[in-house]
Write a protein that binds this ligand. Structure first.
Ligand code: MV4
Length: 453
């Protein structure tokens, strides 16, 4: 097992990783920017190294800064958390070259899954269902138009280097195809320096259901059930749950088998997520694989009782998984609400100093946060300030506990999206489990203008 781990992240996930290390008896090193000198991940780590000024590019995204910090503190491994360098194949390679263990899959796997067109081809070849569309990236516009005509409109044009909804364009009909293709290419070139795109049939209002997988270096690979992540706005997830109300045992078994097939096709080692779109007919399709720990991992932990961060660290150290598939059971239901420092009406970020901070607690409530009274929410970073996770024996109990937790969660000095989360928790369709990726449209589409007098 590792003696010392460096955490290349900040905020709640850095703290979450420190807690796991403490339980495993591993020393921790925090890295931080000058904006984070008062942050809890710095206070609770055994050692800390300032790696630069507030902008991410000059601190948390600095490969040389992070690697130097690991070298001067004699850390053996680096946990990247989510975001930042977590899905940088280059960073994972540099770690390897410097004799540091990157806590995640191999750089080759990160690179292959990071190219969404390549990931799609890999899954097609492995026999995992994908959405009808092009075989790889589009090399010829006429050929692509032929494919679009064959699969039928509307079609979605996606950037190979994209993912998470960036660089996508819908073509509703053939006359729009070339314009939307050019538009997707242009956006992808600016955003990723890679204008490659591929085409899929556009599914209307599907659910987003993802499977957690976990593999070790000894060939063991298991799944840890699914997460329902359909409640999102502009590709930012807001509320996630485990299990999904859309799956019965038979569908869960079929999707889990495909998630495992997807992961074993790339010899996956460490924690990963296989994302599917599930349509109203119960057909499901692979869309992407995420090669990192995800923000919403706590709902999986609360339902399975498995500590995903500890397992990531154990398997990276070469230890075998602590459990087999037979040890994984659905124990109740968990919901996570992401609490963001933002205006609940306009969705604009709301950074500033937190004056009052009263955390929720009581039976079945978990709070993952790095906030405290007097903490400053910096405008330089993500607006996620806390994750409230509620577990109940049933979904109904989890909803009641979450409503009660959000009522007692007092954050003053900045605005939060708690009122929006409360609306969702009281929405009749949500309570019935009738949700899709179109769910949030009702809360964020432009309001009809009131008639003039
Ligand atoms: C799609 C789709 C419909 N049809 N692909 C958005 C993020 C990226 N991971 C994939 N996304 C989508 N791909 C086809 N062929 C609809 C979405 C999508 C979506 C997916 C998951 C969660 C929320 C979403 C919101 C809007 C669109």
């Amino acid at each position: 097992m590792f003696r010392k781990i460096l955490i290349a992240n900040r905020g709640e996930i850095a703290l979450r990783i420190i807690w796991a290390c403490k339980e495993l008896g591993i020393k921790t090193v925090a890295v931080y920017s000058t904006a984070d000198s008062e942050s809890l991940h710095v206070k609770f780590a055994d050692e800390d190294v300032c790696i630069g000024p507030p902008p991410n590019q000059e601190s948390y995204l600095s490969v040389s800064g992070v690697i130097s910090a690991a070298e001067i503190t004699d850390a053996e491994a680096i946990h990247p958390g989510y975001g930042y360098l977590a899905e940088s194949a280059h960073f994972a390679e540099v770690c390897r070259e410097c004799g540091l263990t990157f806590i995640g899959p191999e750089p080759e796997v990160i690179r292959r899954m990071g190219d969404k067109a390549e990931a799609r081809r890999t899954m097609q070849a492995a026999g995992v269902p994908t959405i009808p569309g092009s075989d790889g990236v589009i090399s010829d516009v006429d050929e692509a138009q032929g494919i679009a005509a064959d699969i039928g409109y509307p079609v979605l044009i996606k950037a190979a280097a994209g993912g998470g909804g960036r660089g996508m364009r819908i073509a509703q009909e053939p006359s729009e195809f070339v314009r939307q293709l050019e538009s997707a290419r242009a956006e992808a070139t600016v955003a990723f320096g890679n204008g490659e795109v591929y085409v899929e049939k556009y599914l209307v209002g599907p659910r987003h259901v993802e499977f957690q997988v976990l593999g070790d270096a000894h060939g063991n690979l298991i799944h840890l059930l699914e997460r329902e992540c359909s409640i999102q706005r502009r590709h930012q997830k807001l509320l996630e749950e485990c299990p999904s109300t859309a799956l019965d045992e038979a569908l869960r078994a079929r999707m889990a088998a495909m998630a495992l097939k997807a992961a074993s096709a790339v010899n996956y080692c460490n924690a990963g997520t296989v994302e599917f779109l599930l349509d109203s007919r119960g057909d499901f399709f692979f869309i992407e694989m995420n090669t990192r720990i995800q923000v919403e991992h706590p709902v999986t932990e609360m339902v399975t009782g498995i500590d995903l961060i500890k397992e990531q660290i154990r398997v990276a150290a070469g230890e075998p998984l602590e459990m087999t598939q037979d040890d994984v059971h659905i124990n109740g239901h968990a919901i996570e609400c992401r609490v963001n420092a933002e205006d609940p009406e306009t969705f604009m970020p709301s950074p500033g100093k937190i004056t009052t901070f009263h955390p929720p607690g009581g039976p079945g409530i978990r709070l993952d946060t790095a906030c405290y009274a007097e903490a400053v929410v910096s405008p330089y970073y993500d607006s996620l300030i806390a994750k409230v996770i509620a577990r109940g024996n049933t979904r109904g109990e989890a909803i009641l506990r979450m409503r009660r937790a959000l009522e007692s969660f007092v954050v003053e000095g900045i605005k939060t999206n708690v009122p929006l989360q409360q609306k969702i928790l009281n929405d009749e369709d949500f309570v019935r489990g009738r949700i899709s990726t179109a769910f949030m449209d009702r809360y964020s589409l432009p309001k009809e203008r009131s008639p003039s007098p």
